[in-house]
Design a protein around this ligand. Sequence first.
Ligand SMILES: Cc1ncc(COP(=O)(O)O)c(C=O)c1O
Length: 410
Amino acid sequence: MTPSTLKRRLATPTAMADSPRPAPRVERLKPFLAMEIMERAFELEASGSRVIHLEIGEPDFPPPGAAVAACEQALRDGETHYTDSRGLLALREAIARDYDRRFAVAVDPARILVSEGTSPAMLMVFSLLIRPGDEVVLATPHYPCYPNFIRYCGGEPVFVPTRPEDGFALDPEAVAAALTPRTRAIVVASPANPTGAIQSRETLEALAGLGPTLVSDEIYDGLVYDGLGTTSASQIADEAFVLDGFSKRYAMTGFRLGWVLAPEWSLRSLQTLHQNFFISANRFVQHAGVAALEAGAAEAEQMRAACEKRRDRLVVGLRDLGFGIPHSPQGAFYLLADARRFGRDSRALASALLEGAHVGTTPGVDFGAAGEGMLRFCYAVSESALEEALVRLEEILPGLERRAAQQGDP
Ligand SMILES: Cc1ncc(COP(=O)(O)O)c(C=O)c1O
């Protein structure tokens, strides 16, 4: 991919003028810009450049040693066949015990369906809930896949803006005002991607009380700073769908393992969806999941503590460079910073940083119109990589700022 191809890809939604064309439900989807940046970064690396990847949401920590060992052992033991479509009972029981440990909530393992990452679980939940024309309310800036999944399932996302000045807190009254007779669900993520915001227990309770089904994406739970805790929808509403997985807090992105904790009424349908779409999650990977839950806490805590330090460093470093960060993010491993003094078009800016400084960042507009003028930085990378990224940015930003000023941009 040349720089101009990247520019074109960042600039246009799916470009497929010639027939045969994909079905409309696919044409409606937008490319994931973080992936587009990463794929161009891989090309730069293939031609000898050293890119610092702050664009992609992936911890550069190893997975818990016990998870790797359990996976290897399971392979040696011949644990290579399908499992029950809902997942191994041992894993579902371990997940239930983990809810007890994390949130002091008793969860019936029968309400857990194990999937190949949180993403398939999300697709199944939206497939289950959304009828053509249904609306799903969510905060913005938002994880880019939510509206794509919602639209794919025939629904319409309805965005409730959150603001950097408020730490991207979601206002339940604004959510209530966005409800219509067609609202089927409310999606909440805490801690959130890309904002790192944590929503309070009161907010989650208020959202759960509004009527539509609550879908709570808790994949970043555990990656929380400043001594804060989190609330799980599992503590509040038996009728909520809770999405979670091993990718983030156990640094197990490539294992592809997640789950949904679902209400009683939906279990049989989710099982049917899973049987048909995916059959079962990888058997040996499910053993790794049990081991991560039972023996991975210390390593997960090390990663959390390291991320907290890196967040602190990046907040200071980016503020010094002139980025706007009114509140430190309190969870996940992202920082969404106001970059307008360097250019209002976040695609163009991310592209300039990648091509000119070999620093990968995600254009804020990937997270909705509310994210335009911002860049997302992932700080789950080594301290030395962060330091080098800051040095490289310091070299390139003054030129971009001057250009933006000449164009009357800021
Ligand atoms: C908010 C959020 N939910 C879900 C996912 C998907 O995670 P996975 O499919 O790896 O479990 C991601 C990945 O970045 C995410 O940021």
